[in-house]
Design a protein around this ligand. Structure first.
Ligand code: ADP
Ligand code: MG
Length: 257
C-alpha cells in the first residue's frame, strides 16, 4: 500500500570470477504480491545472483529492471531510493544501539535528505515520517515491546526480525532476503514464514535465497532451483518438488547440501 507495486526482473545475468561463471545466464521475475525463492546446493551461484540483484556486485552481462526502469548499473544506495531493501546473510545490526535506533538508521538512509538537514541544523521534514515508519515497522514484526533494548542483548532469532524490520522501515516495494531463516529454531522459522507471507499479501515483491527447504516450500509462490550458475528448474513449489532436474541438483554427491 505505501510503496508502488513494482516487479524486479533479471534477464540473461552473467557474472564471472576469472574463468568461473558463478552466474551463467540467469533470468527471473520477482513479482509484487508474491514470494519468490532461489534454492540450490552450495556453490550454485545464489549469493552471487543476490548481490547482482541488490547492487552490491555488477553483472558482466544481462539486464536488471525495476518496474520499467533499467537499474543494471545503479549502485545499491540508488536502488534503495527506488524502493529496494535487503537483509544480510550475517546479521548486521549495531549491537550498542537499541532496536528502534537500528530501525531509524535504516529509515533515514532511505529518507536521504534528512541527514544533510541535520548536519546543517535545519528543520527536518523527514523526521516525523521516519518516526512513523519506525513504529510501523516495529509493530509489523511484533517488536514494539523490545524497542528500547540494545541489540547486543538479543538472541539471533530476534535479530533476524530486527533486520527485517529495518528493511521494512525504509518502506520498500521489493524486499531481498539472504537466508532469513539461518540461525532460527523451528518456532522462529514458522513465525518468519507467516511474516513473509503477510508482507507479500500486502503487495511487496519478496525474494529469498534460502537453505531451509521447509521455509521455501511452505511460503513461496515460485521457486527457482540453481545449480552451477544456471536455473535448472522453476515453478510452483509442488511442481519443483517433483522436478527431475531439481532433484538431481540436490542429490549431487559432491555439492549437495
Ligand atoms: P552459493 O551462494 O549458491 O553457495 P556463490 O554465489 O557464493 O554460491 O558462489 C558461486 C561460485 O562462485 C562458487 O564456486 C564460489 O566459489 C564462486 N565465488 C563466489 N564469490 C566469489 C569471489 N568473490 N571470487 C571468486 N569466486 C567467487
Ligand atoms: Mg551463498
Amino acid at each position: 500500500p505505501r510503496a508502488p507495486r513494482l516487479a524486479l526482473e533479471a534477464s540473461g545475468l552473467v557474472r564471472h570470477f576469472g574463468g568461473l561463471r558463478a552466474v551463467d545466464g540467469v533470468s527471473l521475475t520477482v513479482p509484487p504480491g508474491e514470494v519468490t525463492a532461489v534454492i540450490g546446493p552450495n556453490g550454485a551461484g545464489k549469493s552471487t545472483l543476490f548481490h547482482c540483484l541488490a547492487g552490491a556486485q555488477r553483472p558482466d552481462e544481462g539486464r536488471i529492471r525495476l518496474g520499467d526502469r533499467d537499474i543494471t548499473r545503479l549502485p545499491d544506495h540508488r536502488r534503495a531510493r527506488l524502493g529496494m531493501a535487503r537483509t544480510f546473510q550475517v546479521v548486521s545490526v549495531f549491537p550498542s544501539l537499541s532496536v528502534a535506533d537500528n530501525l531509524r538508521v535504516g529509515a533515514e538512509n532511505h529518507a536521504g535528505a534528512s541527514a544533510t538537514a541535520r548536519l546543517l541544523g535545519l528543520p527536518d521534514p523527514a523526521r516525523g515520517r521516519t518516526r512513523e515508519a519506525v513504529e510501523q515497522a516495529l509493530a509489523s514484526v511484533d517488536l514494539t515491546e523490545l524497542r528500547d533494548v540494545p541489540c547486543g542483548q538479543l538472541p539471533t532469532g530476534t535479530l533476524r526480525l530486527v533486520e527485517l524490520a529495518r528493511a521494512l522501515a525504509a518502506g520498500p516495494s521489493v524486499l531481498l532476503l539472504d537466508e532469513p531463516a539461518s540461525g532460527l529454531d523451528d518456532a522462529e522459522t514458522a513465525r518468519m514464514r507467516a511474516l513473509l507471507r503477510r508482507l507479500a499479501d500486502e503487495g511487496l515483491a519478496v525474494l529469498l535465497v534460502e537453505h531451509d527447504m521447509e521455509l521455501v516450500f511452505g511460503v513461496s509462490d515460485t521457486v527457482y532451483v540453481m545449480a552451477a550458475g544456471r536455473v535448472v528448474a522453476s515453478g510452483p513449489p509442488a511442481q519443483v518438488r517433483e522436478d527431475a532436474a531439481a532433484r538431481a541438483a540436490y542429490l549431487d554427491p559432491v555439492t549437495g547440501t
